[in-house]
Design a protein around this ligand. Structure first.
Ligand SMILES: [Zn+2]
Length: 276
């Protein structure tokens, strides 16, 4: 017997709902363990290490292009080690945020693992229990850790033979830690520099709303500078740097124009969860 059209529509909707329910982002958060006072959480299969896989494949491609004389096992070895060093630096950066937050007794609410990488989550970005100074300490810990690793990594790099595997590895480590200790200090909301500027302004007597307004204004000239840097990098043939600076310029411009708001950008789908 044919179902009433309404029932058909209803069944169709339920099928979509059911299929939607299988998507990994719809799964409940699952606690894997605890780091200090911070639970380490995953949602469904969104933790699967796709970032590691994608980075590894890009590194294999890059090594094949740059050093075609290497054997396949060399390509794999070099790509694997570079992936570990580059993404390990990003993990260390986030664990430094977590450690600092724990140390000042204003712990991160969650460390969520998404696509194999950590995401720092604070439920309330303007938690009144966290002083401006403590906000700054939590945000600065990541870039400071990367900066503090640079002297050691640079020394190891200098001690390695040019063209050796070790040199390639230390090149990657130094490059990534320079990147993390500089780019993450740009005053763009959502990255550490944005939080540091905002809470420095609050520390000087501005309200959080006033500070947000100033950060937004700063992002206008910042977008222009980054955009200019992107064009110059492109003209010099540094396409990857041009792309990166272009993306950062776009983010800063989005903030300046009010298209990107930290609270909306960082809002988790089912709660007031936000990251910093
Ligand atoms: Zn950070």
């Amino acid at each position: 017997m044919l179902a009433h059209p309404f029932d058909q529509r209803h069944t169709h909707k339920c099928a979509i709902k059911k299929a939607w329910g299988y998507l990994p982002m719809n799964h409940q958060l699952r606690v894997l363990g605890q780091l200090g006072d911070t639970p380490v959480v995953v949602r469904g299969l969104t933790w699967l290490p796709f970032t590691q896989l994608a980075t590894f494949l890009v590194m294999v491609w890059y090594d094949r292009r740059r050093s075609p004389e290497h054997s396949t096992s060399d390509h794999i070895l070099i790509a694997g080690m570079k992936t570990a060093v580059i993404l390990g630096s990003e993990w260390a950066h986030n664990l430094a945020h977590l450690t600092a937050a724990h140390h000042i007794r204003k712990p991160m609410d969650e460390l969520q693992i998404i696509l194999g990488m950590p995401r720092c989550i604070y439920h309330d970005l303007e938690d009144a229990d966290v002083s401006p100074r403590q906000h700054i300490q939590r945000a600065a810990a990541g870039p400071l850790l990367n900066a503090s690793l640079l002297p050691l990594l640079s020394t190891l790099r200098r001690g390695s033979h040019p063209g050796s595997l070790a040199r390639e590895l230390w090149d990657a480590a130094v490059g990534m830690n320079i990147f993390l200790s500089t780019v993450s200090l740009l005053p763009i909301p959502g990255i550490d520099g944005g939080a540091i500027l905002k809470w420095s302004l609050v520390n000087q007597g501005r309200s959080p709303t006033q500070a947000d307004g100033i950060v937004r204004q700063v992002n206008g000239p910042l977008a222009a500078i980054l955009g200019l840097g992107s064009v110059l990098a492109y003209l010099r043939g540094k396409r990857f740097v041009a792309l990166l600076l272009g993306a950062l310029a776009g983010s800063a411009m989005g903030v300046f124009l009010g298209w990107i708001k930290e609270s909306e950008l960082l809002q988790s789908p089912n709660s007031r969860r936000v990251l910093s």
